[in-house]
Design a protein around this ligand. Structure first.
Ligand code: SAM
Ligand code: SF4
Length: 379
């Protein structure tokens, strides 16, 4: 049986960050109750497609889900539990922003069943926090770990970014060092990218040049490894046993239900192994209205073979350890021979290597990951 995860999107933030193209909106007042009801109605409408399966993980992301009350998150998780069985020790993550930290609220999230927090810090440097338009300050970022631990969370991730406006190598490393001192179980360390439809795209700040970015990445990776944070994906580092179950499921081409404004889902029909993707309407008001009308999905597509091959490789090659070749057939229902051309070319060009029955990018293939993935582009 293909593993199944649930993604829940909460599309509101205190203020829109100038670099962010996630589906997040500002609102004077959050329609928390109405939205939770819409999420549960949306989930109920997805049940026929995933009948008889258990959830491996839940990720409540955004936006800033920690803007919701603990009672609201409790109601949401109780509602989900009533609709779908959970596997034992299910991972349930909530994304949080330091400005929304409030001790009692975080205890409430823990009591509601959240067992992993993902906190968006981005940087500890006051100048960079300001340049990124963040609503939290350095002191709040430094308190993140304490608040999580006091609330009973032993498993938490910190999001950091590098390649920030006018950032030097030593500033990028200082951010990492500070994060390591907080001893998170997981670190997501993203290179800042200029995304279309953001303020930074229209008015680009001065960013570090390519050489400096490569230095930041290499020195940063070494620092993280030295402190026991093993890189297992392009931007993901963890202590042993703390890789993110939910994100691994995306990279291993598992199935996932997506509920909430703009959420994506993917599911495999067990009858014929066909694979389908869908999306929910992006605007929160439109989404809630569509759910009420019983039409939560705005778009559904059935993947053709060439797309399945490319999408599988696009995800699986992001894993530094690669994947057992048998996973391809397990997750796609397709014959391994369909990969032959790309595999042959990749080995000849030194971009891919086989380690027993595992396929992974070589060090060169890892350095030029886009080129490696393009080996599997449809003709
Ligand atoms: C949806 S945000 C969730 C966290 C929360 N909303 C916050 O920002 O505190 C997920 C993460 O993506 C990263 N991110 C967002 N925009 C990015 C960009 N343009 N380039 C690189 N990373 C980005 C940030 O590290 C952010 O914490
Ligand atoms: S708080 Fe997070 S989701 Fe919201 S605008 Fe900023 S980066 Fe995007």
């Amino acid at each position: 049986m293909i593993p199944l995860a649930l993604y829940v999107h909460i599309p509101w933030c205190i203020r829109k960050c100038p670099y962010c193209d996630f589906n997040s909106h500002t609102a004077a007042e959050l329609p928390e109750q109405a939205y939770i009801q819409a999420l549960l109605t949306d989930l109920a409408s997805e049940l026929p497609y995933i009948w008889g399966r258990k959830l491996e993980s839940i990720f409540i992301g955004g936006g800033t889900p920690s803007l919701f009350s603990a009672a609201g998150i409790d109601e949401l998780l109780c509602g989900i539990r009533a609709l779908l069985p959970f596997r034992p020790n299910i991972e349930i993550t909530l994304e949080a922003n330091p400005r929304t930290f409030e001790q009692a609220k975080f205890k409430g999230f823990r009591e509601a069943g959240i067992n992993r927090l993902s906190m968006g810090l981005q940087s500890f440097n006051p100048q960079h926090l300001q340049a990124l338009g963040r609503v939290h300050n350095q002191a709040e970022a430094l308190m993140a770990a304490d608040i999580a631990r006091h609330a009973g969370f032993t498993n938490f991730n910190l999001d950091l970014m590098f390649g920030l406006p006018q950032q030097t190598l030593s500033q990028a490393l200082a951010d990492l060092q500070q994060a390591i001192q907080l001893q998170p179980t997981h670190l997501s360390w993203y290179q800042l990218t200029l995304e279309p439809n953001t303020l930074f795209y229209k008015q680009p700040p001065v960013l570090p040049d390519e050489d400096l970015l490569v230095d930041m990445q290499l020195v940063g990776q070494a620092l993280l490894a030295q402190h026991g944070y093993q890189q297992y994906e392009v931007s993901a580092y963890s202590q042993p046993q703390y890789q993110c179950v939910h994100n691994r499921n995306y990279w291993e081409f598992g199935d996932y239900i997506g509920i909430g404004a703009g959420a994506h889902g993917k599911y495999t029909n067990p009858a014929d192994q066909s694979i389908h993707r869908y999306q929910k309407p992006r605007q929160p008001a439109d989404y809630m209205q569509r759910v009420q009308q019983g039409q939560a999905r705005s778009q559904t597509t059935t993947l053709v073979t060439a797309d399945i091959i490319f999408e599988f490789m696009l995800n699986a090659l992001r894993l530094q350890s690669g994947f057992p070749l048998s996973l391809f057939t397990e997750r796609t229902g397709l014959a391994l021979e369909l990969l032959s051309n790309g595999l042959q070319q990749g080995m000849q060009r030194g971009l891919l290597e086989l380690d027993g029955s595992w396929l992974k990018p070589s060090p060169l293939g890892w350095q030029f990951l886009n080129t490696t993935i393009q080996l599997f582009l449809p003709d």
